[in-house]
Write a protein that binds this ligand. Structure first.
Ligand SMILES: Cc1cc2nc3c(=O)[nH]c(=O)nc-3n(C[C@H](O)[C@H](O)[C@H](O)COP(=O)(O)OP(=O)(O)OC[C@H]3O[C@@H](n4cnc5c(N)ncnc54)[C@H](O)[C@@H]3O)c2cc1C
Length: 479
């Protein structure tokens, strides 16, 4: 007679909850996945926010981390309908001052050589920086995308770490051109930290390396197709999913040997205050969340009319001008101030995926960083920044939908104060998130694990947090 209802219960069906559930189910365990919303997916959702037929990615849009994830690559997700589309240019970062049709722009395009060539006099500096990382990535990736551990390739990891742990400001000194420096600033700004912070180079190097190896793809149909494929695979393995089930106390869960929470520290504290030791509670309370975001989705009459031809062929556009301008905007946000010229991330999915909009029409997706918890409407400053590099953009808008940082949190409680990374990526909690323990995935309560992006390796759609947490639980409880 089984003594528990399930071997494991996973709360939350984001990429990490799904990855944890699949990892456990693949071991032959019986797994229940519960989700508060009516559909699974966490940050991988697509909705007709604006007008009928316009499909907007609510959260994640561009997925280098998904195709770069060794765990996702190990799954037969294409058999469950997942198809990635790779835009010809991964990312473009326009600068003021070019002539129309030939603007100055930093590009992440193709392999290292393609990008190096596009950077002109900074080509050799780019090659020196990226060839060792890109060539070494097959053995580096599992080291970089893991919790703190004794490395298998210490010299190689040390060489990567030396560059990755520096600030983007320091790394940018390798380059002379405004284009190369700006390109680096936009990549590093994904860290949602001021660019003089140690470690801000790491996210830039990882995103750019994966870009060279796999491109920066978008899933055909929308981000929800990643969730659908993961969910279908989990169910084929025998896993059970229950939606519309918001857990407010761990006592509501059926009995199980292991419970894995795809949640962040603030929710752990609310869900089971009596379960945690005093020390663990204090560590969870001290956990720091980062900047929030303000997001806009547009239904458009025609593509964004970027001056730069390259921007019109790029899946992602980083808008914010020079390295100095991006660094200033991010530093202001980090200080809790609003910037009138924020760094804006734009994705233009419908250019490459016609399923996203009615024929001849288009979608665009964008957000800028704001202080955590900010509720100020940033639509105008975001549109001003796009208009700066794409005059006439506003005339193409048919409808828009916005979400401020607190609306983001209301949509998904994991985005505390609008922080979409599950917690600040600053170096002091990068490896030990959410608490300094022998394994960051173990909580202080036996059998309860945390598997969200609040654990290493952090934010993004890659499932590696869930995979590592489930692997830990299997070793602790089921071997
Ligand atoms: C606007 C935006 C843009 C982004 N862009 C990108 C991008 O382009 N590329 C990329 O890789 N990443 C992107 N991200 C980040 C990415 O979406 C997240 O890092 C990722 O989804 C985190 O995964 P997770 O599994 O840890 O948590 P989540 O995806 O947040 O999933 C948590 C799940 O738990 C559920 N839940 C919460 N509380 C409860 C409860 N009490 N009971 C039951 N269920 C509960 C939630 O409903 C949710 O489904 C973006 C995020 C946002 C918001």
């Amino acid at each position: 007679m089984p003594t528990t209802d399930f071997d494991a219960v996973v709360v939350g069906s984001g990429p990490n909850g799904l990855a944890a559930a699949i990892t456990l189910q693949r071991e032959g365990l019986s797994v229940l996945l519960v989700e508060a919303k009516s559909t699974i997916g966490g940050g991988m959702r697509t909705e007709e926010f604006t007008l009928p037929g316009f499909r907007h990615d609510v959260c994640s849009a561009i997925h280098p981390l998904a195709v770069g994830s060794p765990f996702f690559r190990s799954l037969p997700l294409h058999e469950f309908g997942l198809e990635f589309i790779v835009p010809p240019i991964s990312a473009a970062h326009p600068l003021d001052g070019g002539s129309p049709g030939d603007s100055r722009v930093g590009l992440l395009v193709g392999d290292v050589e393609d990008t190096a060539e596009s950077l002109g006099e900074d080509g050799d500096a780019y090659r020196r920086l990226f060839y060792p990382i890109v060539n070494g990535w097959p053995s580096l990736e599992s080291e970089v995308l893991s919790p703190f551990h004794i490395p298998k390739n210490p010299l190689q990891l040390a060489s990567f770490g030396f560059k990755a742990l520096s600030s983007a400001a320091t790394l940018s000194e390798r380059f002379r051109t405004k284009e190369a420096k700006a390109l680096l600033s936009g990549m590093a700004a994904h860290s949602m930290l001021a660019l003089n912070h140690l470690g801000t180079s790491s996210i830039a190097l990882v995103l750019m390396t994966i870009g060279h190896l796999y491109g920066w793809p978008l899933p055909k149909g929308g981000a929800d197709s990643i969730a659908d494929a993961l969910g279908a695979y989990f169910e084929i393995l025998g896993g059970r999913i229950e939606t519309d089930r918001r857990i407010t106390s761990l006592s509501q869960l059926p009995s199980a040997k292991a419970v894995l929470l795809d949640l962040t520290p603030r929710q752990l504290l609310a869900l089971a205050p009596e379960s945690w030791s005093g020390l663990y509670s204090r560590q969870l309370k001290n956990y720091q969340y980062g900047m929030g975001i303000f997001k806009v989705d547009w239904a458009l009459d025609a593509p964004i009319p970027f001056d730069s031809v390259s921007c019109r062929s790029a899946g992602t556009i980083h808008i914010g001008g020079t390295f100095e301008e991006v660094a200033y905007a991010e530093a202001q946000t980090a200080k809790g101030k609003l910037s009138e010229k924020p760094f804006v991330l734009v994705a233009q999915q419908s250019l490459f995926d016609p399923t996203r909009a009615p024929e001849g029409k288009h979608t665009a997706w964008a957000y800028c960083h704001v202080p955590n918890g900010c509720t100020v409407d940033r639509t105008a400053v975001i549109e001003n920044q796009i208009e700066r590099f794409a005059p006439g953009f506003r005339e193409r808008i048919l409808a828009r939908h916005t979400m401020d940082a607190m609306e983001m949190e209301a949509y998904n409680p994991n985005y505390v104060g609008g922080d979409i990374g599950g917690g600040s990526m600053k170096l002091s909690q990068l490896f030990t998130r959410p608490a300094l323990r022998t394994s960051p995935y173990r909580t202080s309560a036996k059998g309860i694990y945390i598997c969200s992006s609040a654990t290493p390796p952090g934010g993004g759609v890659h499932g590696m947090c869930g995979y590592h947490a489930a692997t830990r639980a299997i070793k602790d409880l089921f071997l």
